[in-house]
Design a protein around this ligand. Structure first.
Ligand code: PLP
Length: 351
């Protein structure tokens, strides 16, 4: 008998990362354009010098810093090798085979993949006509087997948001056996005061968790560290299914140094959000339909023209993120990169 792998994995699409093409402007992965600050680089170098040692598997220095910053007890915080890893750990922690993970679609690509890898069932509810979460549709899709319900706020890839009162009302209606996971990967780019800080709800509701990451606003996508704030018993389970030592020592040191340099990093985010608003306004002026965005990217709901758009951009050495038949997501870069993109968007419109 030969070796066999799980048949369900055959049909599972692999995660498609944004493409990196030498010499091209990469606006495909929602990274920030700036590299690590000097203080963060120096913490990285110091940690690298001790690479012969295993990392602190509990990442306690980082967990305690997050606990102070967020005002939540350390036993409600779990770190992961990026929040993508925490998505998989959440499903592994809550779902038995056949249990359901519910989310809006389109949303973050890792949700269906990590769900299926962890042997749970994907259930989706469509976004509404304004590319925003349809909370009524999500509620209607909850069943006794729903264990995890993701709400990505702002939503990747559309950039749209849910406001405080709508979300609170929704949370009060979700049955208590469902863990609502507020994925706030783009939280630091939010400028709309009506968008809540998920921590409010994590304190208020016993079935709410929040996911955050150092990959986006903090600029550490290459080092892989994110965290969850969750109910205590969920955190216990998340730590059990954690791949030991998977948040490496360099990542931990860089994350702590980034918290030390938070003001400087958040000032960089302010430049990005100003650019975001400038780019969206210019695109709307060009005649594109671009949903209002609170993240560091814009969404082009181009439908059947999506691939053509992405290829047009690629010919001009601009890498965007197409979702064939639906739309393209374009990350905000430096002002000059954004100008190059806007010129290309004008050319596409006129082509
Ligand atoms: C980028 C992103 C993440 C974070 O991924 P990491 O694994 O932390 O790099 C999580 N959720 C969403 C919606 C994202 O877009």
């Amino acid at each position: 008998m030969s070796v066999t792998t799980r048949p369900d994995l055959v049909s599972l699409p692999g995660y498609k990362p944004g493409r990196s093409i030498p010499g091209a402007i990469k606006l495909a992965s929602n990274e920030v354009p700036g590299g690590p600050l000097p203080s963060v680089l120096s913490a990285i170098a110091d940690a690298a010098a001790q690479a012969n040692r295993y990392p602190d598997s509990g990442a306690w220095t980082l967990v305690n810093r997050l606990s102070e910053k967020l005002g939540v007890p350390a036993d409600r915080i779990a770190v992961g090798c990026g929040s993508v890893s925490l998505c998989q750990q959440l499903v592994q922690s809550l779902c038995e085979p056949g249990d359901e993970v519910l989310f809006a679609w389109r949303s973050f690509e890792a949700y269906p993949i990590t769900t299926q890898v962890a042997n749970a069932r994907v259930v989706t509810a469509p976004l509404d006509a304004s590319h925003t979460h349809d909370l009524g549709a999500l509620l209607a899709a909850v069943t006794p087997r729903t264990k995890v319900l993701y709400v990505c706020n702002p939503n990747n890839p559309t950039g749209t948001v849910l406001h405080r009162e709508a979300l609170r009302e929704f949370l009060s209606k979700v049955p208590p056996h469902v863990l609502v996971v507020l994925d706030e990967a783009y939280f630091e780019f939010v400028t709309d005061p009506e968008v809540p800080d998920g921590m409010e709800f994590a304190r208020e509701f016993p079935n709410v968790a929040v996911l955050r990451t150092f990959s986006k606003a903090y600029g550490l996508a290459g080092l892989r560290v994110g965290y969850a704030v969750a109910p205590e018993d969920v955190v216990v389970a998340l730590r059990k299914v954690f791949t030991p030592f998977s948040v490496n020592a360099v990542a931990q040191a860089a994350a702590v140094a980034s918290l030390d340099a938070e003001d400087e990093l958040l000032a960089r985010c302010t430049e990005i959000t100003a650019e975001r608003d400038r780019v969206r306004a210019a695109l709307v002026e060009l005649g594109y339909e671009i949903p209002e965005t609170q993240a560091n990217f814009v969404w082009f709901p181009l439908g059947e023209r999506t691939v053509e758009f992405a290829e047009f951009m690629l010919d001009r050495k601009l890498v965007v993120r197409p979702f064939a038949g639906e739309g393209a997501r374009v990350t905000i870069g430096t002002p000059s990169e954004n100008d190059t993109f806007l010129d290309a968007a004008r050319a596409f419109r006129d082509a």
